[in-house]
Design a protein around this ligand. Structure first.
Ligand code: GLU
Length: 464
């Protein structure tokens, strides 16, 4: 089956990892099945939807590697793709619902509704609209509207019966209609409610698979009622278990989550996020780094689990390392560019090849660039260690290096012969003297990067 899916963010803030995962799953399934992928801005919360946020969202999703066939920036046959531009479409549908008796104006004020809810709470009942305005006659409603009274529009939910929703993740669930309560589909300012605009847009845009967060699970029966009343097609639904922090709490800054924007600024690679998020709550048969094509082909809807997925910063770092290992050199150079100031251009490729196994972020590359191309600052501890190696070792090290300056293996083989040192006794002092560190990239790869005179200077650590 061809899935036409969508991502429908509300541009009220920067996109966070939970939503990015939802977008990615929807994208994978559309691409895998050869269907369309649509981006729709749900910008009906005008107080919190500045245009810059919508633009930032598009930018961040593109950075993540998503592309869509239809959307606010590229248009398409089912546009417009921002809800505030679709008000005339909604107006027609509101009229239809009113005319057919599926909707009615509600004049209850916010205070009246709050008092009603409080009353229900005190009596131990679930808060639900009483349906007071449902019994108003058409004439009465018309009169009040004509007099300029403010009204919302509510959907008249059948008083009995049940609705079954077959969720692709959660299976079949039955909802008693009497429990739903008549809900608002148009606010008093004329804007559509989420339930309404979201459902009808899915139908009008030909979406047949809605993937979204579990927090929308209980909205689904209301949305299906709207679609049925309008005789519009109902999509299939797949609700993703929420993403939690490692501590089992909702994902937040406190437990390590950040917006895509922040992660990008920190130097995360989009392919690392794709690999990590792609298997958060989705099981791939084998855990290994995947190209985009593999992520898409190996993705499978039945492999989405029902347990909450947990964000783990350590795992993300692991995929970051894997991504660096699997990246093309050109791509890495581009990513590292701001960190390569110290690196002479003719040594750039070799430098990146040497350090790629030892970096997670561009800032890590700066450390190695300084190590290779700036005067070395040895810590007191390093000096102490070097003093334990006899001067004769350094004398031989310099002599052998001068004979074989480009070839680390030939140099150390000769040095081993001359001094009788091998293994750690041979390589450890050299590493400390040359890099000031206990660990790091292969010395054989670093050595050719460091200027000869500087190598000789570092091989005389007891002199300074
Ligand atoms: N605008 C809604 C949200 O961001 C969309 C929910 C959905 O995907 O249906 O939560």
């Amino acid at each position: 089956m061809n899935f036409t899916s969508r991502f429908a963010p509300s541009p009220t803030g920067y996109i966070h990892l939970g939503n990015a995962r939802t977008a990615l799953f929807a994208f994978f399934l559309a691409r895998q099945s050869g269907g369309r992928f649509v981006l729709r801005m749900e910008d009906t919360d005008q107080a919190r939807s500045p245009a810059e946020l919508a633009a930032a969202l598009i930018d961040d999703l593109r950075w993540l590697g998503l592309n869509w066939d239809e959307g606010p920036d590229c248009g398409g046959p089912h546009g417009p793709y921002a809800q505030m531009q679709r008000l005339p479409i909604y107006a027609d549908l509101f009229r239809k619902l009113l005319d057919a008796g599926y909707a009615y104006p509600c004049f209850c004020t916010a205070e009246e509704l709050a008092a009603e809810r409080e009353n229900q709470r005190q009596r131990g009942r679930a808060p639900r609209y009483s349906g007071r305005c449902r019994t108003l006659s058409r004439e009465e409603s018309q009169k009040r509207l004509a007099a300029g009274e403010e009204a919302t529009l509510r959907f008249a939910v059948p008083r009995s019966g049940a609705l079954q929703v077959d969720d692709l993740v959660w299976g079949a669930r039955s909802y008693a209609l009497a429990d739903l309560g008549d809900f608002v589909i148009r606010r008093s300012d004329g804007s559509p409610s989420f339930f309404f605009a979201n459902a009808v847009d899915d139908a009008l845009m030909g979406i047949n698979l809605v993937i979204r967060g579990e927090d929308h699970l209980t909205n689904t029966p209301r949305q299906i009622l709207i679609l049925q009343a309008l005789d519009l097609p109902t999509p299939q639904y797949a609700h993703l278990p929420l993403l939690q922090g490692n501590d089992g709490q909702p994902l937040s800054k406190r437990n390590g989550a950040a917006s895509l924007r922040e992660m990008r600024a920190q130097g995360y690679l989009p392919a690392a996020l794709r690999n990590y998020l792609g298997q958060l709550g989705h099981h791939y048969a084998e855990a290994h780094w995947r190209s985009d094509v593999e992520l898409i082909t190996d993705f499978s809807l039945p492999q989405i689990g029902r347990a909450p997925a947990h964000f783990d910063a350590e795992q993300l770092q692991y995929w970051q390392e894997q991504t660096i290992q699997n990246a093309e050199l050109e791509g890495l150079i581009h990513w590292l560019q701001p960190a390569l100031d110290l690196v002479p251009s003719e040594k750039r490729d070799d430098f990146v090849a040497a350090v790629r196994g030892n970096i997670r972020f561009p800032a890590d590359a700066v450390i190695w660039a300084e190590c290779c191309f700036a005067p070395l600052q040895l810590s007191e501890e390093a000096r102490k260690e070097l003093r334990e190696t006899p001067e004769d070792f350094w004398l031989q090290a310099r002599a052998c290096y001068t004979a074989q300056p480009e070839d680390f293996r030939a140099w150390t083989r000769q040095l081993a012969q001359q001094t009788g040192c091998k293994g750690r006794d041979l390589y450890h002092p050299l590493r400390i003297a040359l890099t000031g560190r206990e660990q790091g990239p292969e010395l054989a790869q670093l050595l050719p990067l460091i200027p000869h005179a500087e190598v000789l200077h570092r091989l005389a650590p007891l002199a300074s």
